[in-house]
Ligand binder design. Structure first.
Ligand code: ADP
Length: 320
């Protein structure tokens, strides 16, 4: 029986379940037997899977996390591990594997494809850090989660005339910080892509806006930019404004996926199975100008994602 597999790998993101659902339902409609492998590549290595049917993906479209669990699998990076995964695929007559995850997961998918198992990657990460795609599943939900969290922090910063330094995720990129920072009206957005001068770009801004009557300040910082705790201490020392640090942490990864993430996950899952049904592998699904397309995995991994400098500059122009 023609069989395909689906798994989620690396960090989880809201909308992964919607992608699994689309893969399973599309696969079954196209006449495949569909297996859901547990905990990323570990499931392939250990033969740990669930037989999926139309109803096994009921009631998950609105749930965060991933019903298939996810993991980082160091063993899969070894030749022995990958051979075990190939054994599992052969035993179960698996012709294709859909992998929802990030760049690391796509490298694994490329390695498997090169050994004769068609794999399709779907970008799923709140960081929006996949170069070939302007959008990754989970990003919009995470932007909204960050924005709502900062709205609450703003209430208390405002009540105490404080400065709040808020660290958001991003895996060494500033996409999440940029979009959530604009959404919450941050005074400053600090990201790894753009060097900044503490005295001029942060302290100078705070002091000059203080002169226009502004009394509380929100500084959104992408993880990987600097030590946020040290930054908060420096801001307080240099401005004399009481400054508090908040690291948003894992709340950013959870929660019900919003409409955009469910729609994109559904589109991408559908497209992935369409490719497998045509016996095409070694591709990553991507979004470009709002349309769904796909790239060769090696080509995709070699791309660079530009940082949205225009948006970044605009944000600072209006945060005065
Ligand atoms: P993400 O997919 O979110 O980037 P990771 O980088 O942790 O997350 O990758 C997830 C899994 O993909 C790893 O645990 C490993 O099993 C596999 N993987 C990562 N990097 C490679 C690589 N260079 N070659 C083969 N497999 C890899």
């Amino acid at each position: 029986e023609k069989t395909i597999a689906v798994l989620t790998s690396g960090g989880d993101a809201p909308g992964m379940n919607a992608a699994i659902r689309a893969v399973v339902r599309t696969g079954i409609v196209k006449g495949f037997r569909v297996l859901g492998f547990m905990r990323g590549y570990n499931g392939l290595i250990n033969g740990d899977y669930m037989e999926m049917n139309l109803r096994s993906v009921s009631d998950i479209i609105h749930r965060g996390g991933t019903m298939l669990y996810t993991a980082r699998s160091p063993e899969f990076k070894t030749e022995e591990g990958i051979q075990k995964a190939i054994e599992t695929c052969k035993e179960n007559n698996i012709q294709g594997v859909v992998v929802v995850g990030g760049d690391g997961s796509f490298r694994g998918a490329r390695d498997l494809s090169q050994r004769g198992i068609n794999c399709i990657g779907i970008p799923g990460t709140i960081d929006n850090d996949i170069a070939c795609s302007e959008y990754t599943i989970g990003f919009d939900t995470a932007v909204n989660t960050c924005m709502q969290a900062v709205d609450r922090i703003r209430d208390t910063a405002q009540s105490h005339d404080r400065c709040s330094v808020v660290e958001v995720m991003g895996n060494n990129t500033g996409h999440l910080a940029l979009h959530s920072g604009i959404g919450c009206g941050a005074t400053c957005i600090l990201v790894p892509e753009v060097p900044y001068d503490l005295k001029k770009d942060v302290v100078g801004r705070i002091l000059s806006y203080q002169g226009t009557g502004k009394k509380h300040f929100i500084i959104v910082v992408a993880e990987g930019t600097c030590n946020t705790n040290a930054l908060a201490i420096q801001i307080q020392a240099l401005t004399n404004i009481e400054t508090r640090e908040t690291v948003l942490g894992y709340i950013q990864r959870g929660g019900s996926p919003n409409a955009k993430d469910r729609v994109v996950a559904s589109q991408m899952g559908f497209r992935a199975v369409e490719l497998l049904a045509q016996n095409i592998g070694n591709r990553v699904i991507a979004m470009k100008d709002g349309k769904i397309l796909d790239y060769d995995i090696t080509e995709a991994l070699g791309m660079q994602k530009p940082f949205e400098m225009d948006l970044y500059n605009m944000a600072h122009d209006i945060s005065i």
